[in-house]
Structures are given as C-alpha cells and as structure tokens.
Design a protein around this ligand. Structure first.
Ligand code: PEP
Ligand code: MN
Length: 363
C-alpha cells in the first residue's frame, strides 16, 4: 500500500533539522511541569512532551498522574505557546487527550506491538487529522511498525511520523534498547516521506549517551529528536537516569553538527564509481562461489553424503574470521556475512538433493 503522508505542519515550528520535542518522561506535579516547560520554552523550543499515562514493565511503579495532569498541559500551551504532546494507549486516553486540546499524540513501544490496541486508537482517532508519532515496537519487527502506521493511515490520519526508540534485548550492554540503525534506515527507504524522530533517551537509558546518539541520528538524516528533560532529573519519578535539565539539553543541541550538503562533488562521484565496481566484482564472486557450492552439492548427492558437514563449517568460520581481522574487518561482520553465504549454499545444495519441497530454509 502506497501511503501519501502530509507534513506535520505545525505553524511556527521550523522544519529545519532537528525538529525538537522535549519535556519530562512523566508529568508529576503541576509545578514540575510548569518549571520544566518555562525553561524549555526559554530555549526557543516549540514542542513539549510529557507522559500522562505511563506503561510500566512491572506493577507498583509510578503509572502516571492520569487525566488530572491534562489541565497542566493546557496551561503549558497557554502560558508558553508551545505545542503539547502525550502518549495514548487506549480509546479513553484518545478521547481525554483530544478533549484537552493536546496537539500531538504518540503511541508507545509497548502499544505498537499490539495490533488490537493500535486499531482501537486508530478507530478513536477517525475523523481527526491530529499528528500521531508511532514509536517502533519493542521487538525489531519493521512490518509491525509499518502495520501500525497503516492502521492509522486507513483511519484517515495523514500527519504521521515515526519515533525510533531502540529495541529491547535480553542482554543489555551499552544501551537500554539496541539502536539497530538498519531498521529505521530501511523504514526511510520504504516510506521516504515519513518524518522520523530519534529518541536517544530511551535508546541510551543514560544521560551521557544522549549527545552521541543525537549526533548519529542527525548523520543518518533523521528529521527530529525527542529527548526527555526534567527540571530536576535526579528526583524524577520515572526514567531518571536518562533525563537531562533543559540547560544541558540546550547545550547538547548546540553541539550538534548538522550536515545538510546534498551536492555531489567530483571526488565523491569518483569514490561512488569505485564502490559500484567493487560491488559488481563482489556479486560476480558470490555467483561463482554458489556455482562451486552447487557442484559440491552434486558430488555429495552422488556419494551419498549429507549436506551439513559441521567441522568444515566451523573451520570456515574460524579461518575466515582470523583472515578478516587481519584485514581490519570486524569479526562480527565477517561472521554474519559468512553465515548468510553458508545459508544460501545450503539452500542451493538442498535444491540439488531435491529436498527443497520438504524443508524450507529461509534465505
Ligand atoms: C516514553 O516516551 O516515555 C515512553 C514510555 O517510551 P517508550 O514507549 O519508547 O518506552
Ligand atoms: Mn520515559
């Protein structure tokens, strides 16, 4: 389905990168909301965020102030002139948010995973054209992310955007949520007109990762940033390790280098020609490798040998990883590439054995 999006189109908000949305993870008290908002507005920022209903991993945490926080956001709008944004997860949230005059809605990562919940929100929004930003689902599933956008689109919403907030993983290392940048990059390729925001707060989970992640997002041509900020981060009731003060936020934004040059110079054109040539050689080599693999397949068939020869595969992985390291290629990259090549070789040999009908190896 080809979706024809409309720009977010918020009068007074410049479309120059990055479009910035900021504010606390959660609205906690009227005073905290107003203090934070005034300080943010004084930096020239135009869009304020605050969670009113908070999805929490475990019960017992701070689940947001609920509907009684909506008048605080109305007050932010009135006193600072900023647009206000909040998260909705149910039909009731949508009705309350629309009634309170919230300008922008977002759908949280734990909601995007659930087509029933997204459909309920889409149905409740039918007949409005309010901007809605869809966070990626917690699991790395691009189709589910696009599916949520399609549900909103089918309900008549056109001012849509996406928020990349990273993907959860069992072994948390540097990041709270793995960035897996190739997923938003593929989203951009599939839906080139959809504005994409990066949420470095939820990806990093730590204050010190906000600046580098924001810079990476800008270098990958993201349109905007949604960053959590709080007048007193250390006492925040949710996500305190990843919130920064409006002053620090302002500093981070000023440090960003925005590279907007699209002009192609002769030097770049020459380098790209080299890449084109190398890619062609690489594909020819791969085709040749597959031809040899098929010959091996014929041999195995004739000699009644099974396709998988584990010691041989281990040897390939080990020997090529060492070779790659010598050539400054990351072990992880070499391993992934060889796995893909091996998987395809196995698939080719299965075709030769006549197995492909019984067993399907995903390629
Ligand atoms: C949030 O933005 O505060 C939030 C709950 O984010 P996510 O849905 O990305 O976890
Ligand atoms: Mn948060």
């Amino acid at each position: 389905m080809e979706m024809q999006f409309e720009p977010l189109d918020l009068p007074g908000v410049s479309l120059e990168r990055p479009v910035v949305i900021t504010g606390p993870c959660s609205a906690e008290t009227e005073e905290q909301v107003m203090d934070t908002a005034r300080s943010i507005a004084s930096k020239g920022i135009k869009i304020f965020r605050a969670g009113i209903w908070k999805p929490r991993t475990k019960p017992g945490g701070f689940e947001g102030v609920g509907t009684r926080g909506l008048p605080w956001l109305k007050r932010v709008k009135k006193e600072t002139g900023m647009y206000v944004a909040t998260e909705v997860a149910t039909r009731e949230h949508v009705f309350e948010a629309l009634k309170a005059g919230i300008d922008i809605l977002w759908i949280g990562a734990r909601t995007t995973v659930n087509p029933f919940a997204v459909q309920e929100i889409a149905d409740a929004l039918h007949g409005t054209n309010i901007p809605v930003l869809v966070k990626n689902p917690v699991n790395p599933d691009l189709e589910l992310w696009i599916g949520a956008l399609e549900r909103l689109y089918n309900a008549g919403l056109r001012r849509l955007g996406a928020i990349h907030r990273g993907f959860s993983s069992y072994d948390k290392k540097i990041y709270r949520n793995q960035p897996l940048w190739h997923i938003p990059i593929e989203l951009r390729r599939r839906l080139p007109r959809l504005p994409i925001f990066c949420d470095p707060s939820h990806i990093g989970g730590k204050r010190e990762l906000i600046a580098p992640l924001s810079q990476q997002a800008m270098d990958l041509s993201f349109d905007g940033l949604i960053i959590e900020s709080h007048c007193d981060p250390d006492s925040a009731l949710s996500d305190k390790d990843q919130q920064i003060t409006p002053d620090v936020l302002d500093y981070v934004l000023h440090l960003l280098v925005i590279r907007n040059e699209v002009q192609t110079t002769e030097n770049l054109a020459e380098l790209r020609r080299q890449i084109d040539g190398i890619d062609e050689q690489m594909l020819e080599l791969l085709a040749k490798r597959m031809r040899v693999s098929r010959e091996i397949g014929v041999y195995k068939k004739e000699h009644n040998m099974p396709i998988l020869q584990t010691p041989r595969y281990d040897e390939i992985l080990e020997n090529r990883s060492a070779m790659g390291e010598e050539m400054d290629l990351s072990t992880d990259f070499v391993k992934k590439m060889l796995e893909a090549v091996h998987e395809e070789s196995v698939r080719q040999q299965m075709i030769i054995m006549g197995d492909e009908k019984q067993l399907k190896v995903e390629s």
